[in-house]
Each structure stands twice: as structure tokens, then as C-alpha cells.
Design a binder for this molecule. Structure first.
Ligand code: ADP
Ligand code: MG
Length: 189
């Protein structure tokens, strides 16, 4: 089955010694793909450069290798896709299509705030996928700040409720891997 991923990153390429806040055991457990079989979610939180997208893609690669249908989208693109589908009166079909992938990676939630309408479309997708298929979400914002992202605390709570009911959260605290070599060269402090 073809994996729809923008690039390939693997767990083997990930240097866990660089990011000690990540519990290696939890990642190994996720790599066993029980979460995919059970339709559970994974939430990767942390500042830029700590490996959220890398790990999300690596888990999706594992799932694709095991024969699952996977799809990667930035949250920004997902919202654009849903808004366009609504305008063109094919929202239901679009939501259905986005329910098929057994693993949906939604990257970079929180960089751009959503309007209430966008947040409610996102909620509809999360609700459709709830207990059916896995969503792997990355965000630079902690759960406390989700009300701000969705512009509405009630929708944020409803989204969190579905998303976190069966889920694993990795809260990555550490340095940006992107800046590691620059820092070593004394280019940033
Ligand atoms: P984030 O999504 O958290 O902003 P990325 O996953 O995009 O960060 O990581 C930034 C870059 O650094 C990517 O090229 C990624 O492959 C690499 N990277 C990040 N953390 C590690 C790590 N611990 N080991 C190896 N490569 C890493
Ligand atoms: Mg990223």
C-alpha cells in the first residue's frame, strides 16, 4: 500500500540520547502499533525542533510498512481542505475520505489560530475518527492553550475529550535538534 508521506523519517534515525525527556519505552510500545489496531491517538507536544514531526512520520512509516493506509497533512492544509469542501457542498464526502486512513498525521497544530467555524469542522473530523482510526497530532502548544487555538473553550474541551480519551501523550522538553550543530559551532548561544 502506498504511504502518503511528505518525506521518510524512521525511528532508527532518531537519536534518543539527544532528547532524554522522551520515554524510550513508550515510543517502543507505540512502534508495536497496538495503538493503530485499537484506533488510539498519539499527541506529540513540545517546542520547535525537538523531533515531533520526525516521530510522527516515523510511526506512520511503521504503520504503512505493516499495511495500514496512512496520510500526512499539516493542520493548516486540513482546515483549508475542510473549508473548501464545505463551500463546495461536499463536506460529508470529504470527512468520509479523511476517515479512511488508519493513521492520520496532523502536523503543526497551534501555529495559526482557527476561527470558530474552522474549529467546529476540525471537531467533526476528530469525532468521526474517534474510536475508529488513529490520529497522530503534533503541537507546540500545551493543552492549556488549546482554547486559544480554537478560539472557543467549549469546542477545545470537546476536541480534547475525544482526542485524549484513548491516547498517548509525549511531552517533549528539550533543545532544538536543528540548532544543535549551530550551537556547537558557536553561532547561537
Ligand atoms: P519539530 O517537528 O518538533 O519542530 P522535527 O521533527 O521537524 O521537529 O525535527 C527537526 C529536524 O531535526 C528534522 O530533520 C529531524 O529529523 C531532526 N531531529 C530532531 N530530533 C532528532 C533526534 N533526536 N535525532 C535525530 N534527528 C532529529
Ligand atoms: Mg514539526
Amino acid at each position: 500500500k502506498q504511504a502518503r508521506l511528505p518525506w521518510i523519517k524512521t525511528l532508527e534515525q532518531f537519536d534518543f540520547s539527544f532528547q532524554p525527556s522522551i520515554d524510550h519505552k513508550i515510543v517502543r510500545e507505540l512502534a508495536g502499533l497496538g495503538f493503530v489496531e485499537r484506533g488510539e491517538n498519539v499527541v506529540l507536544l513540545g517546542p520547535p525542533g525537538v523531533g515531533k514531526t520526525h516521530l510522527a512520520v516515523a510511526l506512520a512509516v511503521k504503520a504503512a510498512e505493516a499495511g495500514h493506509r496512512v496520510l500526512f497533512m499539516t493542520l493548516d492544509r486540513l482546515v483549508g481542505t475542510l473549508m473548501r469542501a464545505r463551500q463546495e457542498n461536499r463536506l460529508d464526502r470529504q470527512l468520509q475520505q479523511l476517515t479512511y486512513p488508519k493513521v492520520l498525521v496532523l502536523d503543526e497544530m497551534g501555529y495559526l489560530p482557527m476561527t470558530r467555524e474552522e474549529a467546529s469542522l476540525f471537531f467533526r473530523l476528530i469525532n468521526r475518527r474517534y474510536e475508529r482510526a488513529s490520529t497522530i497530532l503534533t503541537s507546540n502548544k500545551s493543552f492549556m492553550d488549546w482554547g486559544e487555538i480554537f478560539g472557543d473553550q467549549v469546542i477545545a474541551t470537546a476536541i480534547l475529550d475525544r482526542l485524549l480519551h484513548h491516547s498517548t501523550t509525549l511531552n517533549i522538553k528539550g533543545e532544538s535538534y536543528r540548532l544543535k550543530d549551530k550551537r556547537r559551532a558557536g553561532l547561537v548561544t
